[in-house]
Design a protein around this ligand. Structure first.
Ligand code: FAD
Length: 391
């Protein structure tokens, strides 16, 4: 079919929306992005972009810009939270040579994608809040907060966790609270930080730290299993004292980090079912709108990038929009579901209570890290070596 002059509206100017807009415009489509925020800004938080996400950034022509504002990761190190002793380490330079893994500030990733989208001719419209989406045969009616009703030829929902397009396609399905919360914060770095993601593990808790922006700052994500419910979203602040209290028995390095926290966001971790229907007629969803994930594989934004590439490619190759969107779901559903399942299982691995199970697991990890690090890395090849731009 080709996408020349095809009119496409995208709801949401986050990672999925800007990436798919760039990929579609690069193939000749006339793309408009509707974003509710009045500026393309993002809350302060870091993201890890693995090689499978970087492959998409490169194919979008934004690889160099991303690399310039990120820290290239050199490895990952799991540590015992209370003693601070390493349990497992992987050196990417030795065991994942050539794979590009980055730590990036969310705001920088969104800026890079917005520049790429504008460069490809995308019309990004800010302050455009959508209040409702109603399917109308193969198309959709989009109700704007201004009172206007839009009837785009093709509508792509990249409207995140609380997606209105997902609800229009699938009805409302309530997520369930996993009994885990995540604090997210950024603190200034003190010294020369290694470009390594450190994961401090304890019973029912773990804390991930990695450098951002040339090592000037450190991103912290701290997870706790608990019954007390918390909201799901980017903008719920908490008292730093609560975070400090939960990790009070962790070692000196963690205490020094947490002493520097003056503002922290708390995020309730919910499990959402992967949407059954990602498309109908000329309407589709991608990214968190289709399949929100727990953060334990650091693959949510990366899956959004993979979706974006495949959606544009499938539309470009199909005979009709309807067939293209069906091919997109067929190519993505199984992979996204598998990554999300792996993320859900991962939390348990970090949170073992002290005792024989933790001893056995940590011993196995220590031995693995000494004698078979390349095997440990291979376990994740199916995630990181997958390159959607080459299929
Ligand atoms: P969003 O980024 O949420 O974008 C949706 C956009 O749509 C927003 O701009 C919003 O304003 C707009 N919008 C929504 N509704 C409307 C409306 N009604 N009208 C107009 N506009 C609207 N992923 C990784 O890959 N690596 C990581 O290291 C990582 N760490 C994480 C850590 C934590 C604690 C959490 C919670 C998540 C993490 N993620 C990570 C996941 C990642 O942040 C998400 O998967 C990603 O942001 C999804 O992108 P998206 O574009 O689909 O949604």
């Amino acid at each position: 079919m080709g996408l020349n002059e095809q009119d496409i509206s995208i709801l949401g100017g986050g990672i999925a929306g800007l990436a798919v807009a760039t990929a579609l415009a690069g193939r000749g489509a006339q793309v408009t992005v509707l974003e509710q925020a009045d500026a393309i800004t993002e809350v302060g938080a870091g993201l890890q972009i693995g090689p499978n996400g970087f492959a998409v950034m490169r194919a979008l022509g934004a690889g160099e810009a991303l690399a310039d504002c990120s820290v290239r990761a050199q490895g990952v190190c799991l540590l015992d939270g209370s003693s601070g002793k390493p349990v497992f380490g992987l050196d990417f330079q030795r065991f994942a040579a050539g794979q590009e893994y980055y730590f990036v500030h969310r705001a920088d990733l969104v800026d890079v994608l917005a520049d790429a989208a504008r460069g490809a001719g995308v019309d990004i419209r800010l302050s455009q809040q959508v209040t409702d989406v109603v399917l109308d045969g193969p198309a959709a009616q989009v109700q704007m907060a201004s009172g206007e009703v839009l009837t785009p030829d093709v509508l792509i929902g990249a409207d995140g966790l609380h997606s209105k397009v997902r609800v229009a396609l699938n009805g409302q399905r309530e997520p369930f609270f996993t009994g885990q919360v995540a604090w997210r914060t950024i603190v200034p770095a003190i010294g020369n930080e290694p470009a390594v993601a450190k994961v401090y593990m304890g019973a029912g808790r773990h804390l991930v730290v990695y450098p951002l922006r040339g090592g000037e700052m450190l991103n912290i994500v701290a997870v706790q299993e608990r019954d007390e419910w918390a909201e799901e979203g980017w903008n719920f602040q908490d008292d730093p004292a609560n975070l400090q209290a939960v990790f009070a028995d962790f070692g000196a390095e963690v205490q020094a980090l947490l002493a520097r926290v003056d503002k922290v966001y708390l995020w309730g971790l919910f499990r959402h079912p992967v949407a059954t229907k990602w498309h109908q007629g000329r309407v589709a969803i991608l990214g968190d709108a289709a399949h929100p994930t727990l953060p334990f594989m650091a693959q949510g934004a990366v899956m959004a990038l993979e979706d974006a590439w495949v959606l544009a490619d499938a539309l470009d190759k199909a005979d009709s929009v309807e067939a293209g969107l069906a091919a997109y779901q067929a190519r993505r559903h199984e992979r996204a579901s598998k990554v999300i399942e792996a993320a859900s299982k991962n939390a348990r691995n970090y949170h073992l209570p002290a005792g024989p199970m933790r001893f056995a697991a940590h011993t196995a990890l220590r031995l693995g890290s000494r004698f078979a690090p390349s095997l440990a890395m291979k376990k994740f090849d199916w995630v990181y070596k997958h390159d959607v731009t080459k299929t």
